[in-house]
Design a protein around this ligand. Sequence first.
Ligand SMILES: NC(=O)c1ccc[n+]([C@@H]2O[C@H](COP(=O)([O-])OP(=O)(O)OC[C@H]3O[C@@H](n4cnc5c(N)ncnc54)[C@H](O)[C@@H]3O)[C@@H](O)[C@H]2O)c1
Ligand SMILES: CC(C)[C@H](C(=O)O)[C@@H](O)C(=O)O
Length: 379
Amino acid sequence: MTGKGAQKRPTSNEKTFEIAVFDGDGIGPEIMRPTLDILGEVAGSSGTFGFEFQSLPAGAGHYRDHGIALPQSSLDAAREADAILLSAMGLPDIRYPDGTEIAPQIELRFALELFAGVRPVYLRPGQGSPLRIADKGGVDFVIIRESTEGLFASHGKGEVIRDEEARETMVITRGVSEKLFDFTFALARQRKESGKGPGRVHCVDKANVFQAFAFFRKIFLERAELNPDIEAQCAYVDAAALWMVQRPQMFDVIVTENMFGDILSDLGAGIMGSLGLAPSADIGSEHAVFQPCHGTAPDIAGRNIANPLAMILSAAMMLDWLGREHGLEEMVTAADALNEAVTTVLSSGECLTPDLGGSATTGEVAEAVLAAYRNGSPA
Ligand SMILES: NC(=O)c1ccc[n+]([C@@H]2O[C@H](COP(=O)([O-])OP(=O)(O)OC[C@H]3O[C@@H](n4cnc5c(N)ncnc54)[C@H](O)[C@@H]3O)[C@@H](O)[C@H]2O)c1
Ligand SMILES: CC(C)[C@H](C(=O)O)[C@@H](O)C(=O)O
């Protein structure tokens, strides 16, 4: 895909959303292509919204070829867009001189102040899990990963002293923490009202050892007092990791620091059976990026066997977010229908990529989702 391309001619009462698209590296383009096709069809069957997709360059391949990972023009266009879709970026062999990898997704989170990384952990009916215990009750919780500070505040600022010592500094600010916790309590309330959760938030930290985390927890408890309808709990990250495996049903919404959220969300993906099932949304006050939790999977890139479901579910999160932001109920309904279509495909178990034990291709799984969407489509 190059340049701007309207998926269909907008009708007069239709809102057209500009979507910035980062195809990324590795399996990125393979999972993005069918996802845009699905979004095109979802919009096409609605009378109220449409999309214009704008493909933007960035990533490890772009850095290798042009010496820059995220061109200013791409950042500017992303800032102007109504929402941003990103597949995955980075390649282990392409690195900056300091030894770290190209990661424009971090730059976007910082530049657009996307403080809340929303990472659902959800086992669908009939879906397998490496956790035997998961069969005894549904797993359905959301990790909110703070995404602009914590240990990642040190990104690009660390130092190695005389080849003897290395330092990185964690930052927790009151301003970002308050916004993060307010976002988290609001999400827990939304889940409670829709019957998805009991209305419980766990603040996951390491407040027993680090002042920064004691401060994080203090602000959490202050904000909890302003949200008395939601149960507020605190847990240390090591225990929380254990409980995610041993009794994941106890969690509803987890809120945590950037680095902890990065790690725990991959653990969540493990509980779901594959990183290929783990979507995410990086949300700020004015912008949002929707991308899977997984990376560019160089080990399977170019073989058309990448699981597209995390990317498709991230697109469903985009539909939901845009629908709520713009008061378009039909978009929220379409997001639910797309989610249901993924559940149908996973529950039947007939069309799965190899990461889930199947032999279907990326395109076949995306086609199966589209067929299930057409069958259950709200339109
Ligand atoms: N958000 C991102 O863009 C992001 C996230 C993580 C890693 N990365 C980058 O990706 C590159 C590879 O990192 P990694 O190998 O540690 O993590 P990875 O997520 O790319 O892969 C880990 C494992 O999960 C599998 N996997 C991931 N996505 C899959 C999918 N959709 N379908 C089927 N299997 C899938 C891979 O084949 C691999 O075995 C690195 O350059 C890393 O920095 C980017
Ligand atoms: C690739 C990396 C920069 C990224 C992160 O650490 O945020 C990834 O692990 C993620 O979870 O999105």
